[in-house]
Design a protein around this ligand. Structure first.
Ligand code: GLY
Length: 302
């Protein structure tokens, strides 16, 4: 097992985002960090003007979905057919309202569709054709699927299919966690999943307690990395349970990532914000771009 890196600090109200755990080439790292900084700033602007943590994480996630550097929205990883199938979820810690979409095709901002599922309130997770019909009925427009596909995503899939790169790992999932001025937390995660995944494969991101969770009794969590491992361990729920018992967020994140690596051999990272305003993250991968912006200042890294 590689070293699990951790970081934690006090922030008060603020937004923390990640741009995915993995290995980002040195030449692409500035783009990752700048994208995260911009998203955290946009998210915090919502909170600074009196908005909720829920609206803040949605705004931050939308920024990252629109940046082709990340594996979400435009630029998402391609499945075995060369198609984009998005997963996304969003959750509010004060009310436990949540919404998610899985294997959704043809929408520019899956996090907005996930938010519509949350606002609609009848179900928590919609998949594939059903999610698509729901989105159309709620006034979202489909885009040309090709407009979501970048040259880099095509090249990555071609390398994997030619056996020149490992199948599965994509990196670049995006996520945001926040705490607002009322002490409420929220989480959002969005991804294209893994390169050359089977059609219909659903990862951890839209599954509450795995890739995404927010609960005001503990914290908000957004995960990134090997979805199958994150699902098996229930990564976000492990962290929330530890935080509820009084563990600082970064120590809870560290313990959960260590457990995942030991039990499943999967790697990844996670960001956490608790209701007392402490944020932190842990990762077992070489890189995980992140940025935080809030009452006590701003910081970023990879
Ligand atoms: N963690 C993103 C995925 O595996 O789908």
């Amino acid at each position: 097992m590689g070293t699990v890196e951790i970081y934690g600090a006090q922030m008060g109200a603020g937004v923390l985002v990640h741009g995915g755990a993995g290995h980002v080439d040195a030449s692409r790292r500035p783009d990752h960090v700048e994208g995260c900084k911009h998203a955290a700033r946009v998210g915090y602007d919502v909170i600074a003007s009196g908005g909720s943590a829920l609206d803040a994480v949605q705004a931050a996630a939308r920024v990252l979905e629109d940046l082709p550097a990340f594996n979400a929205g435009t630029g998402a990883a391609l499945n075995e057919d060369g198609a984009v199938e998005h997963d996304a979820a969003i959750m509010e810690g004060a009310t436990l309202r949540a919404g998610g979409v899985a294997a959704l095709r043809g929408f520019k901002n899956p996090i907005d569709v996930a938010r519509a599922v949350l606002d609609h309130g009848r179900h928590v997770l919609l998949a594939a054709e059903g999610a698509s019909s729901f989105a159309l009925a709620r006034g979202f427009s489909k885009v040309e699927e090709e407009s979501l596909v970048t040259e880099r995503a095509k090249e990555t899939l071609a390398r994997v299919l030619a056996g020149r790169a490992e199948t599965g790992w994509a990196g670049g999932t995006i996520g945001a966690v926040a705490r607002d001025r009322h002490g409420s937390v929220a989480a959002a995660t969005s991804t294209g999943g893994t390169v050359s995944k089977l059609r219909g494969r659903v990862g951890d991101s839209p599954i509450l307690g795995a890739g995404t969770l927010a609960d005001d009794v503990s914290c908000a969590v957004s995960a990134t990395g090997d979805g199958e491992g994150i699902l098996k361990i229930g990564l976000a729920r492990v962290i929330a349970t530890l935080v509820e018992r009084g563990e600082p967020v970064e120590r809870a994140a560290h313990a959960a990532i260590e457990r995942m690596v030991e039990r499943t051999k999967a790697n990844g990272g996670v960001i956490v914000f608790d209701r007392h305003g402490r944020f932190g993250f842990a990762r077992s991968t070489e890189t995980m771009s992140w940025a935080v912006c809030g009452e006590s200042g701003a910081d970023a890294g990879i």
